[in-house]
Design a protein around this ligand. Structure first.
Ligand code: ATP
Length: 870
């Protein structure tokens, strides 16, 4: 957590290693809010990337940001000796992974996990990463082949628009939404040059082919085809002029990826032409409608216009029209070894038509991925390492959630578990390297939720599969009762018995989600009538014939479509993905969508906080808080806690530890006074380079004399921890100029903080504020606006310090010359009714409504440093 705020406040990782955020007396609830505020402040300052521990948070600006991803910026990050000291950027993640490969650190292979909800910027981020590698890992010595062989980097990048055309669609949440997950493996040779790539896809939303949610669209490729077809192609695709397609709603909108499609059409190979012909067949199929039949024993008739559409579909799919019609209208029932033909109802005909379109599209997409892989994948002997980019759907929770959401959220649970394990390990490693004797109490992970979904012997998946195997229509209520009975021991599942629609609720790490049971088994079976497969296998279209015949040999897909359920297939592919992830060094990027309407520069807090929870940032904070969330260098600890300077004493850290305990024990008014020292020992640890404090220590420190009731910036925390008093502060303030010089010598380390000030926001430090001179001064110097409540006495003391500084005064007015750190001219002026204002030429510094006997508010108390140095 300290990392988060360190980054939130100061931008670059590592830059202010020795400082940490200390939020005193804040419950865990407050942490995400602090993160939220920081992200908001950074967003409004047009800073879109923020490091949060081992994660990069990427806020979507929803507008092009000039020069943020330019070639020069890429080079800058690539060539920097310490890129992590630059402003947070996706290129830091990219470069870090690349350097890991170059350094051959084990595990050498890397995974860049990009997640977030729809429209958050995953695809954009993945593209940036790929462009980065295509640039920095490009071979400069391929010139010899350049004329004949397309450079591999280009080919990898060019495959993107093709995949997006087939797999992306315009949805309510994103005009260019990827309707599948993907893991792109960038293959590097011994010299870490990009020599190839391969793509693995997950869970294509094939239902979209035949059924588009209201106000959404079908896959881009269909619109690109209908808009871009030449007369010749129209003829080839049997599209009449101005023909409307039932499966292409909202055709009037602009077509995504249009210009890229034109390029694609130029380069298209013969086989892709054939693929487009199949797609044209699907479109014609979508216009086929059946009328209802009054007699169940009779087949449904085709509507008049549909005859022509069916004929065209059959021709494009290269299957006999008669057979196609029969397959759609008649189903085959098996009774033992006998088969019986039964006419389908109108609704069943429609389901079969949709099913045909879906199975063709899904298989075609799979074929396309293989086709692309064949063109970009390097020979195994030529590459030795890889960097994988995983672009997956984020956690989803809609009003109605179906099997698709269950699969997506299950994948997210898996990734979250992987992330938490990695994060815990990283934390643990840091403690070990710092020499801390401490081990994590087993963290409450999400294993029980995963057990609920995929575990054995009984789980949601196992029950769904059992139900799917039964040769009968499934009944939602019965399934719900069964689930309730079998899964009642798992605390992650619950039911609302009074709900009209049978459903179950899963408590995911990111929140509870209700899943509808109605239709879930059918979706899981995803049945494809064998008649349809037989028909496609007989197709004269070479591609269609090939993909469906090949699939027959592959028992897990086509033939097995009736056997291998959706959840089993998904679970298997996810398991292989996890296996790969486990063998790589992961890097996490969480994309956040700052508003649901994709408006530029609009930050809606509720939206963001939900996503912070869903992407596991909140969880990370909790894990961090379970360890030592506060870290500071011994120097700063000394400066902050005691009046000790870093004199190079080799036992510095022991001294700090000792002194810290002394301070803690001798604070008479502090409740820590009554606590045994054993406990103290577990709260403060001095590592090799940093002092570590636990969260509980922060809470205790904050209880009374160091009471800090709201979110407080780390500097104030340091200041309030200080044992000093106004008197001491005054003494310091009165010290000779030498003292000020000493201070200035110590300043270089702190200067960056002062320079970086601007994102610090504080409110309400309650009395008594124990200011012991310059750390507080620095704290204040680094904050542009702080509200501090002081007692009237405290205020008077401050005034007397002012007076003791011999500030030139006129009647009721003090003038203060500021020093190099504060710059500007300040003055304290008596205000009517006893209030006092401190003015500064550069910014209003201090405002106090002085109400004798009551607390006063002092606003903009940010440049007190000047008193000290004066
Ligand atoms: N860094 C960025 N700078 C400018 N615009 C961006 C950036 N990231 C995202 N966008 C904008 O946001 C839109 C949505 O982003 P993107 O398609 O990457 O989302 P996604 O997370 O992949 O969504 P989905 O899951 O629906 O595919 C992009 O089309 C682009 O206009």
């Amino acid at each position: 957590f300290s990392d988060i705020l360190r980054q939130c406040c100061f931008g670059a990782r590592g830059e202010t290693q020795q400082y940490s955020l200390v939020t005193a007396e804040v419950g865990q609830r407050v942490y995400p809010l602090v993160v939220l505020k920081c992200l908001q402040a950074r967003y409004s300052a047009k800073v879109f990337y923020t490091h949060a521990g081992c994660t990069l948070v990427a806020l979507n600006p929803f507008q092009p940001i000039p020069d943020l991803y330019s070639l020069d910026v890429m080079k800058e990050y690539h060539c920097a000796p310490q890129p992590q000291e630059f402003k947070p950027h996706i290129f830091i993640v990219a470069e870090e992974a690349y350097r890991n490969v170059r350094g051959q650190l084990v595990p050498v292979n890397q995974s860049l996990v990009v997640s977030g909800e729809s429209g958050a910027g995953k695809t954009w981020t993945s593209r940036c990463l790929m462009k980065y590698y295509a640039t920095v890992a490009a071979s400069s010595s391929v010139v010899k082949n350049q004329d004949t062989v397309e450079r591999i980097e280009r080919r990898v990048l060019d495959s993107n628009p093709i995949m997006e055309a087939f797999g992306n669609a315009c949805t309510l949440r994103n005009n260019n939404s990827s309707r599948f997950g993907k893991y792109i493996q960038l293959q590097l040779d011994r010299c870490q040059l990009l020599v190839g790539a391969s793509v693995q896809t997950y869970l294509l939303e094939k239902t979209r082919v035949a059924c588009q949610p209201a106000n959404e669209r079908n896959f881009h490729i269909f619109y690109q085809m209908t808009k871009g077809a030449t007369d010749e192609q129209r003829k080839e695709w049997k599209m009449s002029h101005g023909q409307r397609f039932a499966w292409l709603p909202n055709s009037e909108k602009t077509v995504e990826g249009w210009s890229l499609f034109l390029i694609f059409m130029h380069r298209i190979t013969f086989i892709l032409h054939i693929a487009l012909q199949i797609l044209a067949g699907i479109l014609q199929l979508g216009n086929v409608n059946f009328s209802s039949s009054s007699d169940e024993s009779q087949t449904c008739d085709l509507e008049e216009l549909s005859k022509d559409f069916l004929q065209r579909a059959a021709e494009l799919l290269c299957v006999p029209a008669e057979e196609l019609q029969t397959c759609l209208r008649v189903r085959m029932l098996k009774a033992g070894k006998q088969s019986v033909l039964k006419p389908c109802s109108q609704a069943e005909c429609s389901v079969r038509k949709d099913c045909l379109a879906k199975v063709i599209y899904a298989q075609l997409f799979e074929w396309l991925v293989t086709f692309i892989n064949n063109s970009i994948c390097a020979e195994e002997s030529t590459w030795c390492n890889f960097i994988g980019v995983l672009d997956v759907y984020g956690f989803e929770c809609f009003h109605i959630n179906n099997l698709e959401q269950l699969c997506i959220n299950y994948a997210n649970e898996k990734l979250q578990q992987h992330f938490v394990a990695h994060y815990l390990r990283a934390q643990q490693e840091e403690y070990v390297s710092e020499g801390l004797q401490w081990s994590f109490v087993k963290y409450q992970d999400n294993q029980s939720c995963l057990d609920l979904i995929e575990g054995s012997p009984v789980s949601v998946f196992s029950l769904l599969n059992e139900e799917s195997r039964l040769n009968r229509a499934s009944d939602a209520k019965t399934l719900r009762i069964r689930m309730e009975k079998e899964l009642c021991n798992n605390g992650n599942i619950s039911w609302d018995k009074f709900s009209k629609e049978p459903h179950f609720t899963v408590a995911h790490y990111a929140g509870k989600v209700n899943y509808r049971i109605q239709g879930i088994v059918e979706k899981n079976k995803d049945p494809v009538p064998p008649e349809l497969i037989n028909l496609l296998q007989k197709s004269d279209n070479p591609l269609l014939h090939q993909i469906f015949t090949d699939k027959e040999a592959d028992n897990t897909t086509c033939k097995g479509l009736s056997k291998v359920t959706v959840v089993s297939k998904f679970k298997n592919s996810l398991e292989s993905l996890m296996k790969i992830l486990h063998t790589t060094t992961p890097h996490y990027t969480r994309c956040i969508k700052p508003n649901p309407d994709c408006k530029p520069m609009t930050f809606e807090k509720e939206e963001v906080i939900m996503q912070l929870e869903a992407c596991g940032i909140v969880e990370t904070i909790h894990i961090s808080a379970a360890g030592f969330p506060i870290r500071m260098s011994p120097v700063i600890a000394l400066i902050s806690f005691l009046d000790v300077e870093d004199d190079g004493n080799e036992n510095l850290r022991h001294m700090v530890e000792k002194l810290l305990h002394v301070v803690l024990r001798h604070e008479a008014t502090d409740p820590l006074h009554n606590l045994d020292s054993e406990k103290h020992n577990s709260w403060v640890h001095c590592g090799r380079t940093k002092v570590f404090l636990t969260q509980s220590m922060v809470s205790h420190l904050s209880v009374r004399s160091w009471l800090v009731r709201k979110e407080v910036h780390r500097w104030n925390r340091a200041a309030s921890v200080i044992q000093g008093t106004w008197r001491k502060w005054r003494a310091l303030a009165e010290a000779e100029l030498d003292d000020a010089k000493d201070l200035q010598e110590d300043m270089p380390a702190l200067n960056p903080i002062i320079r970086e000030r601007g994102s610090v926001q504080l409110s309400n430090i309650q009395e008594p504020v124990t200011v012991r001179g310059w750390p507080m001064g620095l704290a204040l110097a680094s904050a542009p606006s702080i509200t501090v409540s002081l007692t009237a006495t405290g205020f008077q003391k401050m005034m007397s310090v002012m007076a003791s500084l011999n500030l030139p005064s006129r009647k009721g007015e003090y003038k203060v010359e500021t020093n190099q750190y504060t710059r500007g001219l300040a003055s304290i002026r008596a205000q009517p009714k006893g209030s006092v204002k401190l003015h500064c030429q550069r910014s209003p510094l201090l405002y106090a409504d002085r109400q004798p006997g009551k607390k006063c508010d002092v606003t903009g108390f940010n440049e007190i440093l000047l008193e000290k140095t004066l």
